[in-house]
Ligand binder design. Structure first.
Ligand code: UDP
Length: 326
């Protein structure tokens, strides 16, 4: 299997690359390193390049006969997508179209797409299954939904088979502590809290505490990055076997409030992480919980790390290793 992993130097992409190497796949990583890290993937696999550069993309596909493409390269900051939507539509939509067009020109018809729970918007019911209405609340979510719709059209017209995997809240780190979540700037809850625990940040603001939830803070469904990688692998096998496009929601199926995540991070690190209450974040749904029955049924996928504590413990292990290497 020769696989192009676009965005393979990023958080989820780099875990995927490591996973695929363990499956003895032949991998090329395409990453512009705008948010990814060169040291997150073996140097020999990394091809630095941008999806906006269609000539280089074409040359890469001429050089390698890929069997499939996994696409992790997108911007994912909800707030930034509201203030600078052009950046999101250009990168997440137009550049993805460049990639799809190049695939078709070179006869590559298997595509795994990193989609998001952000396509659903404010839930009309919980847990959220694949059929739930799609009403994204922000340009980030809309960019993901646009690509999903593009994929439907490309299948119908050109026979491009794809699987869209809608991640809920990706979290955790490689269990051996070698890879983890490293964004700059960091905006995600768990790494922010663990940065405070590690002494790299003073405080985390909790965005809103008067939501209609158990303790007034937002509810999210945290899914371990390893379990996402397994789902990608199963999705690829499914595509090869059934040659049929599909969409799957990927989460653990249980929701935790921001306050519960704070408490879990305090327990695991043993450090009294400082938090303060702030305003609600624009574009934040109250509660997102996945119904992943379809993935369990069709992909025979079963999350291994269903405990929030275990997910955070792996992330904390990685944060501690980072401190040791400084
Ligand atoms: N959150 C927060 N403070 C922060 C970052 C996040 O209270 O500094 C909350 C956010 O409002 C959401 C949850 O934590 O309810 C998870 O946010 P994150 O940005 O990690 O992921 P998202 O759900 O936006 O994909």
């Amino acid at each position: 299997m020769k696989i192009l992993v676009v965005g393979g130097a990023g958080y989820i992409g780099s875990h995927m690359v490591k996973f695929l190497m363990q499956q003895a796949c032949n991998i090329t990583v395409l990453d512009n390193l705008s948010t990814g890290h060169a040291d997150a993937v073996p140097a020999a696999l990394l091809h630095k390049g941008d999806l906006a550069d269609v000539d280089s993309l074409d040359a890469l596909f001429t050089q390698h006969q890929f069997d499939a493409v996994m696409h992790f390269a997108s911007f994912s900051l909800v707030g930034e997508s509201i203030t600078d939507p052009a950046r999101y539509y250009r990168n997440n939509v137009s550049n993805t179209q460049n990639l799809l067009d190049t695939m078709i020109n070179h006869g590559v018809y298997q595509f795994i797409f990193s989609s998001s729970a952000a396509i659903f918007g404010e839930p009309e019911y919980l847990p959220i299954d694949e059929e739930h209405p799609k009403n994204p609340l922000n340009p980030y979510g809309r960019s993901k939904w646009m690509v999903e719709q593009m994929l439907e059209d490309y299948d119908r017209a050109y026979g491009l088979k794809s699987i869209s995997l809608r991640y809920f809240n990706a979290a955790g780190a490689d269990s051996d502590g070698s890879l983890g979540e490293r964004h700059n700037p960091e905006t995600h809850l768990i790494p922010l809290l663990l940065q405070v625990a590690a002494g790299q940040r003073d405080n985390v603001t909790i965005f809103g505490h008067d939501y209609q939830t158990v303790d007034g803070t937002c509810i999210r469904d945290y899914i371990h990055v390893h379990d996402l990688c397994v789902a990608h692998w199963r999705a690829l096998n499914f595509l090869q076997m059934h040659k049929q496009s599909e969409q799957f929601n990927l989460g653990n199926g249980s929701g935790f409030s921001v306050q519960q995540v704070v408490d879990a991070c305090r327990t695991i690190s043993g450090i009294e992480i400082s938090t303060t209450y702030g305003n609600k974040r624009v574009g934040d749904p109250i509660s997102l919980i996945a119904d992943s029955k379809k993935a369990k049924r069709l992909l025979t996928w079963q999350p291994k790390y269903t405990s929030l504590h275990e997910i955070i413990a792996h992330a904390w292990c990685w944060h501690q290793q980072q401190l040791e290497h400084k």
